[in-house]
Design a protein around this ligand. Structure first.
Ligand code: GLN
Length: 303
């Protein structure tokens, strides 16, 4: 699927050739346009206004090399090293899961919950703590930190955002992303809760996580092999890490605190049951953009 560069082949024609070839390799069409624009370093409109532009030899070479990599299974985000999520840009590499649009539903739901709480509008308050478990690129923690910094209604509340990951390589990327997005996040090298304190004053108001949840036998995994498997798949039909997170959450949450977890489209009922079995109430499952169950939230209630 190489795009040949004859003297009279324009950027528009190269795009069309590559798109045709990509159909056979099941590469999303918009990856081709985005990759082409990335290589020639131009905005999308350029393809309309300058459709006669001819790529230089090095641009053609780079474009073709990327096409070959995508054909072999490398996602676009690993070629460009970046992925848009929420309103922000995140650096990603093979040590981090690529942020998915559906995870924005998790960010939005957590924000809505925070804004609906009395502490968001009571001027006398105090500092709050939010924990992101398995932060990867940091996209959830950083998007939330960004919004919590901006939100007018929350001005009286100062939030400390803590994010953990057991991968030091992922933490490096997450730290970079916090700096590039101008937010403060405390990063901790930890497997789930292991390195976190349980003292009263260190308990969290919110715990959020997008853990690995794909069943190890799920054939969908075959299409995701470029990404870290430890961020995608878990034993026990994909539920092992979610079970761990829900089971120990009561030790790290304030009473009334929120737990919000992303999960698979067919795990809603199992996750709601886990919440119910571990002292949570106000349990709700929220659907993703495709109309599938995608996350469950609940409030820790001691009884
Ligand atoms: N939702 C992602 C997918 O199905 C997986 C993310 C995850 O395992 N946390 O591609």
């Amino acid at each position: 699927m190489t795009a040949q560069k004859a003297a009279d082949v324009t950027v528009w024609q190269i795009k069309q050739q590559a798109e045709k070839a990509a159909t056979d390799a099941a590469i999303p069409q918009f990856w081709i346009t985005d990759w082409l624009l990335y290589v020639i370093d131009k905005p999308a409109l350029f393809l309309i206004t300058d459709d006669n532009y001819q790529l230089s030899d090095s641009e053609t070479e780079r474009f073709n090399a990327g096409m070959t990599k995508m054909q072999q299974g490398t996602p676009l985000a690993y070629l460009t090293g970046t992925q848009a999520f929420w309103s922000l840009d995140f650096t990603v590499n093979e040590h981090t899961l690529i942020p998915r649009p559906d995870t924005e539903v998790l960010v939005e739901t957590v924000l809505d919950w925070i804004k609906s709480q009395p502490f968001s509008t009571t001027p006398t308050l105090k500092s709050m703590r939010l924990l992101d478990l398995g932060t990867g690129s940091g996209c959830i923690a950083i998007s939330l930190a960004h919004e919590l910094k901006l939100a007018d209604t929350l001005k009286q509340v100062s939030w400390q955002v803590v994010a953990v990951d057991f991968s030091l390589e992922a933490l490096k990327i997450a730290q970079h992303n916090a700096v590039s997005n101008a937010v403060e996040v405390t990063f901790v090298h930890s497997s789930w809760y292991d390195e976190l304190p349980t003292q009263d004053e260190q308990l969290f108001d919110v715990i959020v996580s997008n853990p690995p949840y794909i069943d190890e036998a799920d054939e969908h995994l075959a299409g995701l092999l470029a990404e870290p498997i430890s961020a995608l798949s878990a034993p026990n039909h994909g539920l092992a890490d979610i079970e761990h997170i829900v089971y120990y959450a009561p030790q790290y949450l304030k009473v009334g605190g929120l737990l919000a977890i992303e999960h698979g489209y067919d795990q809603g009922q199992a996750v709601r049951q886990l919440f119910a079995d571990n002292h949570f109430d106000n349990i709700r499952t929220i659907k993703d953009f495709g109309g599938n169950d995608r996350m469950t939230l609940g409030q820790f209630n001691k009884h």
